[in-house]
Write a protein that binds this ligand. Structure first.
Ligand SMILES: Cc1cc2nc3c(=O)[nH]c(=O)nc-3n(C[C@H](O)[C@H](O)[C@H](O)COP(=O)(O)O)c2cc1C
Length: 357
C-alpha cells in the first residue's frame, strides 16, 4: 500500500476497498461495517444535512467500541458532499463536530468551487482529508492544481450513478492521469479507481493500472447493510451483461422534472422503459407521466411489471449475483486480489526464469 495511505488511514488493510458514498443507499450501517473490515466506509448524504448528522452520531457510537478506531482524532470513515447542491455552512459545522477522516467532493458546477470547499473544510478540520472524484485526465490535472486534494478518485465511464457524460473507462483513464499528474509535479498524489469494479479481478486490474485503492458502488448496493429498495436490489441481481443492461443517459435525471445536475454530468443506470421511451423519441412530458403512474402502481417504479424509475448501476452489474454482509464483501474481494496478484507474480517469475534458460 502507498505509504501515505498507511499513515493517513491506519485502520485500513491492503488492498484498500472503499464503498462509494451513495446518496440514500450508503448509510452509517454500511460505512461502519466496511471500516470495521479494514476498508474505508463512506456515508452518502450530500443533500439532507439533518440526516447526515444523525448518521454520523450513530457511526460514532458504533465505532467507539473498536479501540483501534476510537483512539483516533478523526472518525474513521468518509462523507460526501456535492457542491452544486449541498449546503456549505451547515456541512462545515457538522464536519467540525464529527471530524470525519475524509470528505469526498463530487459534481461541482465549476472546478473553482472545489477550491472554495477544500479551503473551508481544511480551516475547520485540518485533520480531515479531501478526496475529489473526477472523470477525465484534464479534470484530474485541473483539480490537482486548484485544490491539492489528498486523494483523487478517478471515475471511469463504467461507473454506476452520476459521472462525466464524456468519459473513458479506468483502463486508459488511470494510467494516463497518473502520467500527466507525474509530469506536472503531482506524482505523489494517491489515485483511487472507480467504475465497473465489482470483484477481485476488477480490483486487481485497478491496482495494476496504478490505483492505490478501489471504490465499489454497485457491488455494495447488494450488501445486506445497504439501504437498497428490495425491488431495486432484485433488478440489480437479475441484470446480466452490463454492456446491454445498463446505459448512460441524461433522461434518468429528467423523470421527476427538469434536471438540476451540472451540464457535464449524466448517469449510468439500468435501461428501463423510461430510457427506451426516450430513445424512441417519446416526449419527456409523456415519459414523466408514465414514470409517475409506475410509481403510484407500487414497487416505487422498480418492479418488473413496469420498470421506469432510475436504477443506478454500473457496467459491472452482471457480476453482482448475491447479497452478502458488507464485511464479507470487503474480505472476499481483498483475498481474491491477493490470490490473483500472487498467482500472477509466481507465473511471471517462473516464465522469467524459463526465458533465461
Ligand atoms: C446508486 C448509486 C448512487 C451514487 N451516489 C453517489 C453520490 O451520492 N455521491 C457520489 O459522489 N457518487 C455517487 N455515486 C457514484 C460513485 O461515487 C462511484 O463512482 C460509482 O458507484 C462507481 O461505479 P460502480 O457503481 O460501477 O462501482 C453513486 C453510484 C451509485 C451506483
Amino acid at each position: 500500500m502507498d505509504s501515505k495511505f498507511c499513515t493517513d488511514y491506519p485502520w485500513v488493510s491492503s488492498p484498500v476497498i472503499i464503498n462509494a458514498p451513495m446518496e440514500a443507499a450508503a448509510g452509517d450501517e454500511l460505512a461502519t461495517e466496511v471500516t470495521k473490515a479494514g476498508g474505508i466506509g463512506m456515508i452518502g448524504s450530500a443533500v439532507n444535512m439533518d440526516d447526515l448528522e444523525a448518521k454520523l452520531e450513530r457511526a460514532k457510537e458504533s465505532l467507539a467500541s473498536y479501540p483501534k478506531m476510537s483512539s483516533r482524532s478523526t472518525l474513521p470513515l468518509g462523507i460526501d458532499l456535492l457542491p452544486f447542491v449541498s449546503k456549505l455552512d451547515r456541512a462545515i459545522s457538522i464536519i467540525a463536530k464529527y471530524k470525519p477522516a475524509i470528505v469526498w467532493l463530487f459534481a461541482a458546477k465549476v472546478f473553482d468551487d472545489y477550491a472554495t470547499w477544500t479551503l473551508a473544510i481544511r480551516q475547520q478540520s485540518p485533520e480531515t482529508k479531501i478526496w475529489i472524484q473526477v472523470g477525465s485526465v484534464t479534470a484530474a490535472l485541473q483539480v490537482a492544481k486548484l485544490c491539492h486534494p489528498d486523494v483523487l478518485v478517478l471515475q471511469g465511464a463504467d461507473a454506476g450513478g452520476h459521472g462525466f457524460e464524456r468519459g473513458a473507462s479506468i483502463v486508459s483513464l488511470v494510467p494516463e492521469a497518473a502520467d500527466v499528474l507525474r509530469a506536472n509535479g503531482f506524482g505523489d498524489l494517491p489515485l483511487v479507481a472507480a467504475g465497473g469494479l465489482a470483484d477481485g479481478r476488477g480490483v486487481a486490474a485497478a491496482l495494476a493500472l496504478g490505483a492505490v485503492g478501489a471504490v465499489m458502488g454497485t457491488r455494495f448496493l447488494a450488501a445486506a447493510e445497504a439501504r437498497t429498495h428490495p425491488q431495486y436490489r432484485a433488478a440489480l441481481l437479475k441484470a446480466k451483461d452490463g454492456a446491454m443492461s445498463t446505459v448512460r443517459s441524461k433522461v434518468f435525471d429528467e423523470l421527476n422534472g427538469p434536471s438540476v445536475w451540472p451540464e457535464l454530468y449524466d448517469g449510468r443506470a439500468l435501461a428501463t422503459n423510461s430510457y427506451i421511451d426516450a430513445a424512441d423519441g417519446v416526449a419527456i412530458e409523456k415519459i414523466r407521466e408514465r414514470h409517475k403512474e409506475a410509481i403510484e402502481d407500487g414497487d416505487a417504479g422498480f418492479g418488473e411489471k413496469n420498470p421506469r424509475a432510475a436504477v443506478w448501476a454500473g457496467a459491472g452489474v452482471g457480476i453482482v449475483n448475491d447479497v452478502k454482509p458488507a464485511a464479507e464483501i470487503v474480505m472476499e474481494v481483498r483475498n481474491a486480489v491477493i490470490g490473483i496478484l500472487s498467482r500472477l507474480s509466481a507465473s511471471a517469475s517462473s516464465e522469467g526464469k524459463l526465458s533465461l534458460l
